[in-house]
Design a protein around this ligand. Structure first.
Ligand SMILES: [Zn+2]
Length: 641
């Protein structure tokens, strides 16, 4: 995608962009000297108060200059640069303030005129780090990035670069000033550790954007072994939250060994897991080539149900170093951060990563074999309850990914499906894995595809783009089959039924039984809700007893319940989780009617739900006389030391 280079303008960061004049660009490889670096100095000392600031020094030449604020963010797959949180733009040169003008159409672009003789432009920017001081969870377009005790610095939030440049060609030298006595971690190489200011080695803009920094008052570093070396760095809102058990630490060391065995090669020079533990920032994960930015609830290490629910987060983000960063769909391998991304291959980028994240969590011991199985029951049942599958194909959910991320749960099952291409694709990759294992009589598996597609030779960070045909070709090289037909049909079909063929081929079937699985309970603890989607047909959050979503054709749906309603009472008695469980028991409910008193829009309303089925939760049951392939898939490749 070279067209963005041809849009480079006179007066852009000439040397930074590797361009020697403002007239024409030299052909690639013709730059005669290393470009001077731009500098970015970030001050995070006010981050706990809700502000971070940056001072940039950009090499420029005289003439019109357009600077842009990164819009399309790698890993976010969407135009989610937090423009609404940006402010304080001020540009100066030789001590004089320069006027600027926002583009009337592209609101991420700022136009300036660089006076003659000026070679150095200074810019000041500020960004909100806590746009939700009341603790309300915000979407990622205005992310919360700091608490009183930790911060997450994503450099893209505080920088500008010349329009039309390639991010690989721009060099930035970054530094950061941290709150006193806070520790930090990032994949960037440190050249001067402070104490006033931490300085980092110059890197390309691509690498800087890919090198999130976390810092905190309470901090822990843990080497995880591996060649190249892998480390875990944790910042938490309380010191007690850092108390990872030695058993859990051993599982994370095993994760590094299992990933090396799965892929057979690495594509980083070192790898740093960055993990923020707080209840004040939305749980999330963002992959980078040599690190990952993981965000979990405060008690993710010390509360076992929450630990289990979060168990696939680090494995998932780690897999992305291979699947997403090294091998990347060509529509996502864009030359800069203004070029729109094309998300139609997220069924590989995210779907296979979701599958392998669970597989590695099981092989490393972060999940037991039973918990690994429970996850397939959980996602299979969720798929089955989404009537939006009748109008929206898997392919459509990937193309529409920017619209689907971080939406409210309200009516998701009926209307939208949310971003469930992660889970549906994971079920399909399980189907592909079982197909290869059965067809090859156990000689081959998806592990062989991983080695072929993502493996040797080991390299440092680099991007090797691929398309649909490359995936089909590699699958065929492992096991000859009509893979083009397999994926084309599954990506485009409209089918209410969840894709459970892989679960069945693995020797299991989905059933609703009266006991919740340990993973069902773990996710309830993690999400702080009560999940009754498979009995009454809704879930309700702990804090305000708000109904999050209503499942189509469920008793709650047929009785007229709506998401956003607050549950007040059941059968005339004040709502509580315990009372709701008691009320579900068939013996407590001989009439087959459960009456909910709800409050919505300041109105009180009574709803009669016709239901007498007791508690119902998704579980996998063994199919007699078949081979248990899930056990094979979950089995470690490497013996734990
Ligand atoms: Zn992912």
């Amino acid at each position: 995608m070279a067209n963005s280079i041809l849009r480079a303008r006179c007066g852009s960061l000439i040397a930074v962009a590797g361009l020697m004049t403002c007239t024409w660009l030299p052909a690639p490889g013709h730059a005669t000297e290393a470009p001077p670096a731009a500098r970015i100095a970030v001050d995070t000392r006010e981050a706990p108060r809700g502000i971070m600031s940056a001072h940039l020094i950009l090499p420029v030449s005289a003439g019109p200059l357009t600077l842009v604020y990164p819009k399309w963010l790698p890993g976010r797959h969407s135009p989610s640069g937090p423009l609404t949180s940006l402010g304080g733009q001020r540009f100066t040169a030789n001590g004089q303030v320069l006027p600027w003008r926002r583009d009337s159409v592209d609101l991420n672009a700022f136009h300036l005129d660089i006076p003659s003789g000026v070679t150095r432009l200074e810019a000041d920017l500020e960004i909100l780090t806590a746009p939700a001081p009341d603790g309300v969870v915000q979407g990622l377009e205005s992310p919360r990035a700091a608490t009183e005790s930790l911060l997450i610095l994503e450099w893209n939030q505080l920088l500008l670069y010349p329009e039309g440049s390639r991010s690989d060609d721009l060099i930035y030298q970054a530094s950061v000033r941290l709150p006193p006595d806070w520790k930090f971690a990032t994949a960037l190489a440190t050249t001067s550790p402070g104490p006033e200011r931490v300085e980092f080695a110059p890197v390309s803009l691509t690498t800087l954007m890919d090198s999130t920094l976390i810092a905190g008052r309470y901090f822990r570093d843990l080497p995880l072994g591996g060649t190249p070396a892998v480390s875990l760095h944790i910042a938490a809102d309380t010191p007690a939250a850092l108390n990872m058990s030695s058993e859990t630490a051993a599982h994370y060391r095993q994760l590094v060994r299992e990933a090396a065995a799965l892929f057979g090669a690495t594509h980083y020079n070192h790898y740093d897991f960055l993990w923020s533990l707080t209840d004040q920032i939305m749980p999330d994960g963002l992959e980078h080539h040599e690190s990952s930015d993981n965000r979990s609830p405060l008690r993710a290490l010390v509360d076992d149900p929450i630990r289990r629910a979060e168990a696939n987060l680090l494995p998932h983000e780690y897999v992305h170093s291979w699947n997403g960063k090294y091998r990347r769909p060509e529509g996502l391998a864009t030359p800069n951060f203004q070029e729109p991304m094309i998300d139609g291959m997220l069924w590989v980028y995210e779907g296979l990563t979701e599958y392998l994240g669970d597989v590695l969590a099981a092989r490393s011991g972060l999940l037991t074999e039973g918990e690994f199985r429970d996850e397939f029951a959980r996602i299979g049942a969720a798929m089955q309850s989404h009537s939006a599958r009748e109008w929206r194909s898997l392919q459509e959910t990937t193309v529409a990914a920017p619209l689907l991320y971080y939406q409210s749960r309200a009516w998701a099952a009926r209307l939208r499906r949310q971003d469930d291409f992660y889970q549906e694709s994971a079920l399909l990759w399980l189907e592909a894995d079982t197909l290869i294992r059965r067809g090859s009589r156990g000689r081959k598996s998806l592990d062989d595809f991983c080695k072929l597609f993502y493996g040797a030779p080991s390299t440092g960070p680099k991007v090797v783009p691929y398309d649909f045909n490359d995936v089909v070709k590699a699958l065929n090289a492992v096991y000859a089959y009509d893979w083009a037909g397999f994926w084309t049909e599954r990506l485009n079909r409209l089918r209410a039924q969840a894709p459970l063929e892989g679960v069945q081929a693995a020797g299991w079937r989905l059933a609703l039984t009266d006991a919740p699985s340990s993973m069902h309970l773990a996710h309830e603890a993690d999400d702080r809700d009560l999940d009754l989607r498979y009995s009454l047909g809704f879930y309700v959050d702990d804090d305000r007893a708000t109904i999050g979503d209503v499942i189509p054709r469920s008793p709650a749906d047929l009785a007229g319940a709506a998401p956003g309603s607050h549950l007040i009472a059941l059968n005339g008695y004040k709502w509580s989780k315990e009372h709701l469980h008691d009320t579900l028991a068939p013996s407590a409910n001989p009439s087959g009617t459960i009456t909910l008193l709800i409050e919505k829009d300041d109105m009180y309303k009574s709803l009669d739900l016709k239901y007498s089925g007791g508690e119902r939760y998704p579980n996998l049951l063994r199919e007699p006389g078949t081979e248990d392939l899930l056990a094979h898939i979950a089995h470690p490749l490497v013996a734990a030391p």
